[in-house]
Ligand binder design. Structure first.
Ligand SMILES: [Zn+2]
Length: 337
């Protein structure tokens, strides 16, 4: 039996814990997994870049969409479904400033890591992606040194799938780059990591495409899975469609079929959808519009992705919350000149 005195002590301890929890910020889940990392020691050589430019790169791989995982948002976007649904209200790019990689001196740097076990083929494919972005946009994919926010390329996911989170997540974020994925699929996943949704979910989609919902139903029946959520367009008034306009040729457009059923039919004749061979002219204009043409990011800003810097200013100077101060530099007033 618990005596009155013991009940009092237990209540006091519980109240203290609850009180402390309310007064101090919690690290986002992603930060907790940083540091327990798998092997991230891979690097690319000049030979990988040479191989990446070979005309034969990926010639033995069939062209695939990234739409094959019924459990992921739109087939290949990782993340918490409720948050993604909220973000999807302003596609085609994520409007949330905290999801955008910062631009400094006209260049947007996205640090990456790769495992040392990555195959030579995957290295060549990554080299090709790096070159494609570097020669056509202001985006630079560079090996990570100490940057807090970075993309880890997992070249050995189960199921050979390709997938990515949406926009800059904060801390380490992982692109899954399975063996079946081509360099074009990887370029597509990097656009998700840069904050881009799929082209066919733009709010003006129905002017350009017919969605065959009956065929989607047939495919759902055949596979026993739900797929229609892959084809919902942005219906919110604040849709963040880029000015560049609808693009059949986008590397972010899905192809025509799901299984043997045509589900996305272009309204213009003679156009091909679902190419994964290059960033299209409009992809490049879109990246330019979203990232390259605007002003540089502020030199000092809050990068904490939970948006609660202002709620815990009293911990800015506490040594055990140095990580909080680092994520809330501007709010804590510790910007370096
Ligand atoms: Zn995708």
């Amino acid at each position: 039996m618990i005596g009155t005195r013991n009940t009092f002590i237990i209540s006091w301890v519980l109240l203290t814990i609850i009180h402390d929890a309310m007064q101090t910020p919690l690290k986002p889940l992603q930060s907790l997994v940083d540091g327990q990392d798998d092997d991230e020691d891979g690097s690319l050589s000049s030979e990988d870049f040479k191989n990446g430019l070979s005309e034969n790169l990926d010639q033995d791989k069939p062209e695939i969409d990234e739409d094959g995982d019924a459990d992921l948002f739109e087939g290949d976007i990782e993340g918490e479904k409720a948050e993604l649904r909220m973000l999807a209200e302003n596609r085609e790019v994520v409007g949330h400033a905290g999801k955008k990689w910062p631009k400094v001196n006209g260049v947007v740097t996205v640090p990456y890591t790769i495992p040392s076990s990555i195959s030579k083929q995957s290295k060549s494919e990554l080299a090709k992606v790096i070159t494609e972005y570097e020669t056509k946009t202001c985006i630079r994919l560079v090996p990570r040194s100490k940057e807090k926010n970075y993309v880890h390329i997992d070249s050995t996911p189960s199921g050979h799938r390709c997938s990515s989170p949406l926009g800059m997540s904060g801390g380490k974020q992982t692109i899954k780059f399975g063996e079946a994925c081509t360099w074009g699929n990887l370029a597509h996943e990097f656009m998700h990591s840069l904050g881009f949704f799929h082209e066919h979910t733009r709010s003006d989609r129905d002017k350009y495409m017919t969605v065959n919902w009956d065929n989607i139903k047939k495919y759902e029946k055949e596979t026993g899975r739900t797929w229609k959520h892959n084809f919902l367009k942005c219906t919110d008034r604040g849709c963040n469609d880029l000015n560049v306009g609808y693009d059949y040729e986008s590397i972010m457009h899905y192809g025509q079929n799901m299984g043997r059923y045509p589900v996305l039919i272009p309204k213009s004749s003679g156009v091909y959808i679902g190419q994964r061979n290059h960033l299209s002219d409009k992809d490049i204009l879109g990246l330019n519009e979203h990232y390259c043409s605007g002003p540089d990011a502020e030199k000092c800003s809050d990068t904490r992705n939970t948006g609660d810097c202002g709620n815990f200013l009293h911990v800015c100077k506490k040594a055990e919350y140095a990580w909080f101060a680092a994520e809330c530099e501007k709010s804590c007033g510790i910007c370096k000149a």
